[in-house]
Design a protein around this ligand. Structure first.
Ligand code: C2E
Ligand code: CA
Ligand code: CA
Ligand code: CA
Length: 280
């Protein structure tokens, strides 16, 4: 009826108004979050499938908004849209390097260890990106080989020539690269061949069902083969069960990341757990 129709419209307008207000609040809160330095990172270990020992860790951003910790899905899209991600990303990199520097000075930074940082397309596209990275490393007196940059397919393929040039320049100072969320984007295999990345991370949506869905199992097996044939190290993310661990080890995924080993934890806890085992 007409009446119902109007109610619907009103509800719809209410919803839009609420969403607009919500967005406005988010916008205001994010500006203050930047000002008050409310962003920090947690670390998730990435282990060898053979030894189950720590190899690297991924830094994942969090926002301490009052008493709650906000996960990135709720604010990264907004930061991306508004280009604030450039500033926030640079601060993340600074914080990660500050931790590395601190560990180095305490003499507990293992030689082959790296922290992987997620780099947004907007960061990588910036003309000054390489200069900024070099500057951050210099400031904290940290060698590039302690860092890895995780980029996604969409980022990498946006401006392929330029991306390749930048990756190669950063590799010269020791920074390694991994291609994140592999399989979820629109990458063509020929582009993958041209990208000078070191690792390929299989998205957790594929890893999820490898031990229960034959198609997913075949798909992940093919991705690992492809990755290996291209000379890349394969990382499986979202590993949650022992069956997945066994399958991935048997099928040649060199590195594993997921709740089965550890959830992302804050830096002090990470250091205590992995670098500073308490005396027995
Ligand atoms: P991502 O790069 O694919 O990161 C992996 C995500 O999977 C993380 O979610 C991690 O907590 C989650 N995860 C790890 N193991 C498991 C598991 O076993 N099961 C399940 N269900 N999930 C697992 P998180 O921390 O919420 O991050 C979400 C996304 O936000 C990241 O996805 C990344 O795209 C983005 N992000 C995080 N930190 C940054 C950052 O500093 N800069 C940028 N640009 N993006 C970031
Ligand atoms: Ca990542
Ligand atoms: Ca990923
Ligand atoms: Ca993801």
């Amino acid at each position: 009826s007409k009446k119902n129709g109007r109610n619907c419209t009103t509800l719809f307008q209410d919803k839009m108004a609420t969403e607009a207000a919500e967005l406005l609040r988010l916008e205001r809160d994010i500006s203050s979050a930047m000002f008050q330095d409310e962003f920090f990172f947690v670390l998730q270990p990435i282990v060898s499938s053979q030894t189950k020992k720590l190899v690297t860790a991924e830094a994942l951003i969090r926002w301490k908004r009052g008493d709650i910790i906000v996960p990135p899905d709720q604010f990264i899209p907004f930061l991306e849209e508004s280009s604030l991600i450039i500033d926030v990303g640079e601060r993340m990199l600074n914080k990660v390097c500050a931790l590395l520097s601190d560990l180095k000075h305490r003499g507990v930074l293992p030689d082959g260890f790296k922290i992987a940082v997620n780099i947004s397309g907007k960061q990588l596209a910036e003309k000054t990106f390489i200069t900024k990275v070099t500057e951050v490393l210099r400031k904290h007196q940290i060698a590039g080989h302690y860092l890895e940059f995780e980029i996604t397919e969409s980022v990498a393929l946006d401006n392929l020539k330029n991306t390749i040039y930048k990756i190669n320049d950063l590799k010269k100072i020791g920074i390694s690269f991994s291609l994140d969320d592999f399989g979820t984007g629109y990458s063509s295999l020929s582009h993958l061949k041209d990208l000078p990345v070191d690792k390929l991370k299989i998205d957790r949506s594929f890893v999820n069902d490898i031990t229960i869905d034959k198609q997913d199992e075949n798909l992940v097996r093919s991705i690992i083969q492809l990755s290996t044939n291209l000379g890349l190290i394969t990382v499986a993310e979202g590993v949650e069960t022992e069956q997945q661990v066994n399958w991935l080890e048997a099928n040649g995924s060199e590195l594993l990341q997921g709740y089965y080993f550890s959830r992302p934890i804050d830096a002090p806890e990470f250091v205590k757990t992995y670098f500073n085992p308490p005396p027995v």
